[in-house]
Design a protein around this ligand. Sequence first.
Ligand code: AMP
Length: 281
Amino acid sequence: MMKIIQLKKDLLSEIDLLKTAGKKIGFIPTMGALHAGHIALVSQSVTQNDITIVSIFVNPTQFNNKTDLDKYPRSLEKDAELLRQAGCNLIFAPKADEIYNEDELDGCFTFDFAGLDKVMEGKFRPGHFNGVVQIVSKLFKLVQPDKAYFGEKDFQQLAIIHHMVKILGFEVEIIDCPIVREESGLAMSSRNERLTLDQRKKAVEISKVLFESRNFAAQLSPLELTKWVIDKINEVPELEVEYYEIVNSSTLQTINAWTEPAVGCIAVFCGEVRLIDNVRY
Ligand code: AMP
């Protein structure tokens, strides 16, 4: 039987029991509106742990855009059904006031990211990663997982989570999981639900161009290729690139030559919906 818990105290007594029984806990933090990308993380946890816990919490402190927060899709019942089928044992779905005091909501939480937060998402979404570390560190303290699963779709977030675990000394193994895509190539995202059918077709061009760009990596420098990708995507009506950067996959700093492990990270507006994706070179 899968349990759904809303209160911290109920979660903590459940975790106490599991720890006493020596159960290994796998944990997947999410914001709900679940799709096959999330479920892939859950399935991996189910095979690698005794107990799988998923949190569903649309974290207000990581949104720097009120409309994006208000319009973020929410579907707890459907999510619960998908998770039950995937073999999840416990959902933690707290209300915001269960997680935050009034004074924690004002963006006062700061963390030393060693520069990882200065580029890409961090540049365009000020405070976003402080909110991410604020919530993930709170959830790690509550759930005390042995393993936690994160998707490479949010490439910069994953780098920051690895850094956070090192700095804050959490005893948790972070498992990096590959991007799950629709058949068309479009990276699965809860935000895709906000696209019209026509916009969805246009959004497919994002992954198409990223994949195509790999063929030119031998002829063009990282800087030239960056420009090629941006121009090509901007040619599609309704698509507007916010940033595309080819960076070192560990340091996330822009690279000038192909001698380093490279990943290209992109954020694109499709109409009003902001989509992200990335590709390794
Ligand atoms: P979110 O609910 O968007 O905060 O995502 C929760 C977790 O699922 C994060 O670790 C994401 O990176 C991961 N995730 C979301 N979409 C995908 C995807 N298409 N492929 C793999 N992981 C994903």
